[in-house]
Design a protein around this ligand. Structure first.
Ligand SMILES: Nc1ncnc2c1ncn2[C@@H]1O[C@H](COP(=O)(O)OP(=O)(O)O)[C@@H](O)[C@H]1O
Ligand SMILES: [Mg+2]
Length: 274
């Protein structure tokens, strides 16, 4: 539409930043030049952040190259067998977020960085604090319902992907109290049951629809190179567990108690022109 193009131009001309769609963010992360590297600041894998530019846009990205497998790993819940910690799961989690329409995971693409395969992830700019910071400061979100809606969606997603590492640094909170979830390098376990079923007590309607829509052929196509067949089977088995749990909860507690509708936020990001 011409009027839309004019509107976008008018905003840009006013000094207002353009919006970048997820597809545009993906393209930027895949092709822009790296101009500077530094440590990510937090976390344990020694991941880095990189400043990138395509000549018009300059933005930071998170670089994760970890790719480890251990027969046994001593974690916070005891020994984990078949432990894996991989950048591939950051890309897989983002792709799954897209398939489900969750809109809570920053764009993440595969790219070689310094000769090593990596997940290159859009740096979330307007982070106010992480969940650890919120708890330490004993802050409460101004809109408790909206906050809880988001948390319940995160919990369901974490059960679906069998995330073993939703630690407090892996949940970021923006100035407008939007939650972004990051760091899925220790997820996608092979278990066919849920890790913590009790954590799932409310079910977002669109997420339920997304779960029902998930199918093996799509996952095999989308996750090629990132998840194995057994990891995909794990997702589908846990999806079935979640839907079964939903049916039971609906029967025992009533639909209106367990179903809610979380408004989806836009995945576009606003950027300053340079
Ligand atoms: N996309 C991102 N946007 C903003 N901050 C990020 C992003 N990715 C990582 N971080 C920051 O970097 C830290 C380390 O990254 P993370 O992926 O959690 O690695 P680790 O596996 O070492 O915990 C995070 O706790 C967070 O503070
Ligand atoms: Mg982390």
């Amino acid at each position: 539409m011409i009027w839309q193009a004019l509107l976008v131009f008018a905003f840009a001309a006013e000094g207002n930043a353009p919006l970048l769609t997820r597809e545009q963010q993906e393209e930027f992360l895949r092709t822009a030049k790296f101009v500077e590297f530094k440590g990510a600041g937090k976390g344990i894998t020694g991941s880095r952040r990189a400043k990138m530019t395509d000549g018009t846009i300059t933005h930071w990205a998170h670089i994760q190259v970890v790719d480890e497998a251990k027969a046994n790993f001593q974690g916070d819940r005891g020994t984990e067998i078949n432990f894996r910690d991989s950048w591939k799961y950051n890309v897989a989690a983002y792709k799954l977020d897209k398939l489900l329409g969750l809109n809570m995971i920053p764009v993440s693409v595969e790219r070689k960085v310094g000769g090593k395969s990596a997940a290159v992830t859009w740096w979330v700019d307007d982070v106010m604090m992480d969940e650890g910071g919120r708890l330490k400061q004993k802050l409460r979100a101004p809109d408790q319902k909206r906050w809880n809606d988001q948390l319940h969606a995160v919990r369901m997603f974490d059960q679906l992907i069998y995330n073993t590492d939703r630690n407090m640094q892996n949940l970021l909170i923006t100035n407008s109290w939007d939650i972004w979830i990051i760091d899925h390098t220790r997820a996608f376990r092979l278990h066919r049951t849920l890790r913590d079923p009790k954590l799932v007590v409310r079910y977002d309607k669109a997420l339920l629809d997304g779960l029902r829509r998930l199918d093996k052929a799509t996952l095999q196509r989308e996750m090629k190179g990132y998840l194995t067949g057994m990891e995909i089977d794990g997702i589908l088995a846990r999806r079935d567990c979640l839907l079964k749990r939903f049916d039971e909860d609906r029967t025992s507690r009533g639909e209106e108690q367990v179903v809610y509708e979380m408004p989806r936020r836009s995945t576009d990001v606003r950027l300053a022109l340079r």
